[in-house]
Design a protein around this ligand. Sequence first.
Ligand SMILES: Nc1ncnc2c1ncn2[C@@H]1O[C@H](COP(=O)(O)OP(=O)(O)O)[C@@H](O)[C@H]1O
Ligand SMILES: [Mg+2]
Length: 312
Amino acid sequence: MGDGSIVLITDHSSTEGSADVLAAAVRRLTGRTPVHVDARHFLPGNDGKVGGENGELRLSAAGEEVTPDAVIVYEIPPHGRRAFEPFQRELWRHGIRSHATEAWRWATEKDLMVRRFVRDGVPHMPTRCGPWRDAAHLCGDFEELGGDVWLRPAVGAGGDDVFRVTAVEDLVQVAGARGTWLMSKDAANVNADGLRHQFRVVVLGGEVVRVCEHVQKDEFATCNEVRGAVSTVLDPGELPEHLAELAVRAARSVGLSFAGVDLAAEHGGVVFEVNVHPAFGADRGLETMAIPYVREQITPRSGRRRRGSCRP
Ligand SMILES: Nc1ncnc2c1ncn2[C@@H]1O[C@H](COP(=O)(O)OP(=O)(O)O)[C@@H](O)[C@H]1O
Ligand SMILES: [Mg+2]
């Protein structure tokens, strides 16, 4: 048994705002304020420690120690997730099994995500992964994908460094770029008004809990809200059944129970990516996402302390 506390671990350098919504959800469900700890304490070499025997978990950081009943981990920026894995494995060892390293990695690193999609038959646009041996191979893939592609880094968020490229000369901007990149055929996800549109579908435990439609006026910009897309919350029932099933399959393919799936309805439904920590959003994010998510995190399951998905 713990001391009754609920620990909320987020990266305090993140400005996304999900931590406040999660804290509100914990208060709403339990009447208690969570102990909010900066995730960076638990990066290798920092002062955060994990301990405890006989099924008990003890966390200490910044001179404080708790034996929590539940641990919620959120708002860990994609680029920092590899460094966070040793801490996740420690949590797993101590029975906190909802933050599995493999699932995070499969979703965060989009080259791995595409491999999972291929393995599981999750529809997505034809994609080639770099690095490319030379300019000829890069241009060859560009032509084979129809000369209208989206380039994105394997690890990213918010549409950062995501480009639509329609002219071979514009490929040079990624030719020398560091890291792994993906090149995907344009989904032509344009609505009857000529605007780009797609859905963010949040799933929890195999059910759709929230749906937003994103519409973007600029045909060369991504449908991320931070890039100017307009987001409208829909009733989950408004999403066609086959797209709801697609979102659930995509989350399952990368091993996540809770996920925000970006998908387009065109081509029968294609998935762009699966987000590990979808932002809660101002419009009803507390009710539709944070409260159901926190409820799952703090409810012990039979035979183990927390719900688990994949081994770390
Ligand atoms: N093949 C594609 N066709 C059309 N739009 C795309 C394609 N690939 C990416 N995009 C756009 O770029 C956005 C950003 O890509 P995504 O993989 O979601 O990365 P991020 O993590 O930066 O949000 C997508 O949500 C979509 O709006
Ligand atoms: Mg996205």
